[in-house]
Design a protein around this ligand. Structure first.
Ligand SMILES: O=C([O-])CC(=O)C(=O)O
Ligand SMILES: [Mg+2]
Length: 542
């Protein structure tokens, strides 16, 4: 049963009534002929009649609220059509416009004004015992769209819809959370519709004291809960992951989820690229354009691509080059942000190398990965340069949403004569090239987090280790069917998300058992087949 909270107003303040819908509608209160399958077709037709992404998003939010089983049933049957609406890219529009399109409360808001009594606020959540997974954002860096304040609630809601659809987590086990610590976006501070506090973001010390209280109260109130941190600004994403990851079951989707999904696609791309060039897998050189939380998170995860080929940690680190807004990142350039230091080059002395074409000529990368949120940064010249030095260049423009992608799939195909090995963060349409259909990969963390979260819940893990994240990545890379491989796909078809999530969850539970962080001893004695069956049986189906 879903939780229906119906708003009403009392003395100018919005209050909520908890309503459990009746199981059997009384005679006469529904139309004489209302067939469920026909109604599914009707809902789909209503959705398709809308021509704007945001209108479709609003329709589906309404449907989820009124008939969540229908919403998830349609979602699972039409994954490729639904995910760009309820998730990247349209969820980005929904967040930017959240205060305008707001209709009814969903999720939990905890604000800096609640400091000192956060426990009493989160205990207002109506289904405390059922809670298993929460996505928490502070709205400070939503996708590549910047500081959206409490409008960031839309991303927590969207990610959790994919947990339900993609991994069969029960809807009532999910808690979308947005922390309101202010916003530095003046447009929102001036907007009469904005739903958050009218104040700029609090300072570091105040935020950390707030976060410590929040995490402590969350773990006391919800002892079985796993937390996914989402879209915190770069420094805070690293800071709070490190601060809490040994203490509570938490992971950061932008650092670890993105890292894992890109490693997975890279494993499959590198094999195809090496087959064409005749060069060993260990000789790939990866150039990162963008060195924020996602960029460095992905770079760290890609280290294991090289260590899996037998390189030492230091050798692996040297296969990776970072480019930030100042150009190539190297030791003698000047002071560097902490998270960039590990990959900073000691074999380049300067002068500063700013131009991406110059950097490509110097590094001769086999792979170019974009996490810059600079739309069009991989222009025709850049793509030509990559095509000139690689039989099958690996080009991953990973910035979200679509409008911030470093290049389109169509451009990448055209400038590499169809030789590109491509994955983007947001969806692009397939392309026809010389009578062949070429398919873009979508290297989005939506392939990883549902299975990883499901494993954390079923394994009742005390923490989420690096080895569990790596297992999710290898699990995804190994989940392609022969048919998918023969089409040159780097990722499996999204329609198989449940099967993929179950497979990933099995691999992650095994990694948790190896690391000794699982607290479900029953699962230890199961064979792989039994474990997979157990996972499938636990999934909720609409
Ligand atoms: O939400 C997405 O599509 C991927 C993601 O985590 C981000 O871009 O921050
Ligand atoms: Mg994110």
């Amino acid at each position: 049963m879903t939780i229906i909270l119906t708003p009403y107003w009392s003395n100018g303040v919005q209050k909520l009534k908890l309503i459990e819908p009746p199981h059997v509608p009384k005679h006469g209160l529904v139309p004489p002929v209302l067939d469920r399958d026909v109604h599914a077709a009707r809902c789909l037709a209503q959705l398709r009649s809308k021509d704007k992404g945001l209108e479709k998003y609003i329709y589906l939010s309404q449907l989820k609220h009124e008939d969540y089983a229908m919403f998830y049933r349609l979602c699972l049957q039409n994954m490729a059509e639904f995910t760009p609406i309820i998730y990247t890219p349209t969820v980005g529009d929904a967040c930017v416009n959240f205060s305008e399109i707001y209709r009814r409360p969903e999720g939990l808001y905890v604000s800096i004004k609640d400091k000192g009594k956060i426990g009493s606020v989160i205990r207002n959540w109506p289904k405390i015992d059922e809670a298993r997974i929460s996505v928490v954002t502070d709205g400070s860096r939503i996708l590549g769209l910047g500081d959206l304040g409490v409008n960031g609630m839309g991303i927590s809601i969207g990610k959790l819809s994919l947990y339900v659809a993609g991994a069969g987590i029960r809807p009532e086990s999910t808690i979308p959370i947005c922390l309101d610590l202010g916003t530095n976006t003046q447009r929102y501070l001036d907007d009469p519709f904005y739903l958050g506090l009218r104040q700029i973001r609090v300072g570091d010390a105040e935020m950390t004291a707030f976060m410590d209280e929040f995490m402590e109260e969350m773990s006391k109130t919800f002892p079985k809960l796993m937390i996914q941190f989402e879209d915190f600004s770069t420094d805070n994403a690293f800071k709070y992951l490190e601060r809490y990851r040994k203490k509570y079951p938490v992971f950061n989707d932008d650092i670890q989820g993105t890292g894992a999904v890109v490693l997975s696609g890279f494993l499959n791309a590198a094999k195809l690229s090496s087959a064409a060039s005749g060069q060993p897998l260990s000789s790939h050189r990866i150039l990162f354009f963008g060195a924020g939380s996602a960029g460095v998170g992905v770079a760290s995860q890609l280290m294991s691509f090289f260590t899996l080929q037998g390189l030492t940690e230091d050798e692996a680190r040297r296969r990776i080059y970072l480019v930030d807004s100042q150009g190539l990142v190297y030791d003698t350039r000047g002071p560097l942000a902490e998270h960039k230091k590990y990959f900073s080059r000691d074999d380049y002395q300067g002068p500063p190398m700013k131009d991406l074409l110059d950097i490509i000529a110097y590094v001769k990368p086999t792979a170019l990965l974009g996490l810059s949120t600079i739309s069009g940064a991989f222009n025709g010249d850049i793509l030509d340069a990559m095509a000139a030095i690689n039989p099958r260049p690996i080009i991953f423009p990973l910035s979200n949403p679509v409008k911030l992608s470093e290049c389109s799939f169509a451009d990448a195909v055209a400038h590499t004569q169809g030789r590109v090995l491509f994955a983007s963060g947001s969806p692009f349409p397939e392309q026809q090239f010389q009578g062949k259909t070429l398919y873009p990969g979508q290297g989005n963390n939506m392939y990883i987090f549902p299975g990883l979260g499901l494993a954390a819940i079923l394994g009742r893990v005390s923490e989420i280790t690096d080895s569990m994240v790596e297992a999710s990545s290898l699990g995804l890379a190994n989940s392609l069917t022969n048919e998918e491989r023969s089409l040159g796909l780097l990722y499996p078809r999204i329609e198989r998300i449940r099967e993929i999530s179950a497979f990933i969850a099995k691999e992650v539970i095994r990694a948790a058992q190896k690391a000794g962080v699982d607290r479900s001893p029953d699962l230890r004695g199961m064979s792989d087949d039994e474990l997979l069956r157990f996972i499938n049986n636990k999934m909720w189906t609409p």
